[in-house]
Design a protein around this ligand. Structure first.
Ligand SMILES: C[S@@+](CC[C@H](N)C(=O)[O-])C[C@H]1O[C@@H](n2cnc3c(N)ncnc32)[C@H](O)[C@@H]1O
Ligand code: SF4
Length: 374
């Protein structure tokens, strides 16, 4: 196992587009939740023999944890698992939780990487999104994080937003590259089922930009970040040299990870499991030592499909070795590959098949063309 993921299922507010697992009413049971997650951390220590390369506190909003709670969870991991001396320890932090005090305390605990959810710099976007921070805080928090000594700072930003012009997007990217950050995750807004955004789109109150506009915004993202010295190592992820996220890279390279907390997923070759996505059920079952997860053993077809789905999204692509280990291409798959090679959407590089810059735009569709049904 290379990585360890801890899901903190609390948020102060509900963002209108988000369907991740979290609750905004958690005061009455936060202690039990933290104790439950610690119990799961201990109970799964037999699953990892290799030293952990990354520990990732994600959510939800992990920056809502008090220092005592965060220290307790981190110490529980350190006491029960072997840890690589160069371990990357990431905390997802929302701008409103970032202050000089919290920044210093997080560093003292050993957190060495921050992933800050900015989303947008436009006040009206932050408003309809129901974010808990102002546009001013988005810039201030990056300056404070860098001034406090954090060397690895990632930001999450979104494009494809209702009303986001190419000029707005260009200025958001300028602000990102002119700050002292080392990593960018830029996601295209998706309209998730059951969210307020979905209801608003259905009623015509918010309009999602057309595909052509989204394509222009994506191309601007890639060109601006590349010319500012960032390397694109996944469709949505960019990093300065040697600043790739160990957590993300391991995930895309198919390295195993343990995920704890409600809704967290875990993976090892040929196997995945996912915890129950309900906070109170999670606490009750873990307290009573009742199983709180479901699991699946992957057959060759699933491993093949996963290989293409994750591999084609990355700069490392899909290695010929792993294709051969699964029996190699069929005659029809070879024809499909040759078509993509001649169209210039796939290229052969260092013993792997990789998508070209433009191919990244269609990564999921191209991967699905290689999917097997049996
Ligand atoms: C689930 S959040 C957790 C981090 C933190 N709570 C925050 O709000 O930044 C992780 C990231 O997922 C992305 N995200 C969530 N919902 C999304 C959606 N519907 N479309 C695109 N990106 C989304 C956002 O960029 C967000 O920063
Ligand atoms: S985007 Fe982040 S803060 Fe907003 S609801 Fe989702 S997890 Fe919570």
């Amino acid at each position: 196992m290379g990585g360890f993921y801890v899901h903190i299922p609390f948020c102060a507010k509900k963002c209108s587009y988000c369907d991740f697992h979290f609750s905004t009413h958690f005061d009455s049971y936060r202690e039990e939740m933290v104790a439950g997650i610690a119990k799961e951390i201990i109970s799964r220590k037999g699953e990892s023999s290799a030293p952990l390369l990354s520990i990732y506190f994600g959510g939800g909003t992990p920056s809502l944890l008090t220092i005592k709670e965060l220290a307790f969870l981190l110490n529980t991991i350190k006491q029960n698992y072997s840890i690589n001396s160069c371990v990357e320890i990431t905390l997802e932090a929302n701008p409103e939780d970032i202050s000089f005090e919290s920044l210093y305390q997080w560093q003292e605990l050993g957190i060495n990487r921050l992933s800050v959810g900015l989303q947008s710099f436009k006040p009206s976007d932050l408003d309809w999104m129901n974010r808990g921070h102002s546009a001013g805080q988005t810039i201030e928090c990056l300056e404070s994080a860098s001034a406090s000594g954090f060397k690895d700072i990632s930001v999450d930003i979104m494009y494809g937003l209702p009303g986001l012009t190419i000029k707005d997007w260009g200025s958001h990217l300028e602000r990102v590259v002119s700050s002292n950050i080392t990593h960018v995750s830029a996601y295209c807004l998706t309209v998730e089922k059951g969210t307020k955004l979905e209801r608003e789109v259905k009623k015509g109150r918010r309009v999602i930009p057309e595909d052509l506009v989204i394509e222009q915004q994506y191309k601007l993202l890639v060109s601006k970040l590349k010319s500012a010295g960032f390397e694109q190592y996944e469709v949505s992820n960019f990093a300065r040299k040697n600043k790739y996220s160990k957590h993300n890279s391991a995930y895309w390279k198919g390295v195993g990870y343990i995920g704890v907390g409600p809704s967290a997923h875990s993976f090892s070759l040929g196997y995945r499991r996912w915890n129950v996505s309900n906070n109170k059920t999670y606490i009750k079952k873990i307290e009573e030592d009742i199983r709180f997860h479901e699991e699946e053993f992957l057959c060759d077809k699933d491993v093949w499909n996963e290989l293409f789905l994750t591999g084609f999204r990355t700069r490392w692509g899909v290695s010929k070795k792993s294709i051969e280990a699964l029996g190699g291409f069929s005659t029809n798959e070879k024809k499909l590959l040759n078509n993509y090679l001649s169209e210039g959407k796939i290229k052969k590089e260092r013993g792997s098949l990789c998508l070209t810059g433009d191919g990244f735009l269609f990564a999921d569709g191209i991967a699905q063309d290689f999917f097997r049904t049996s």
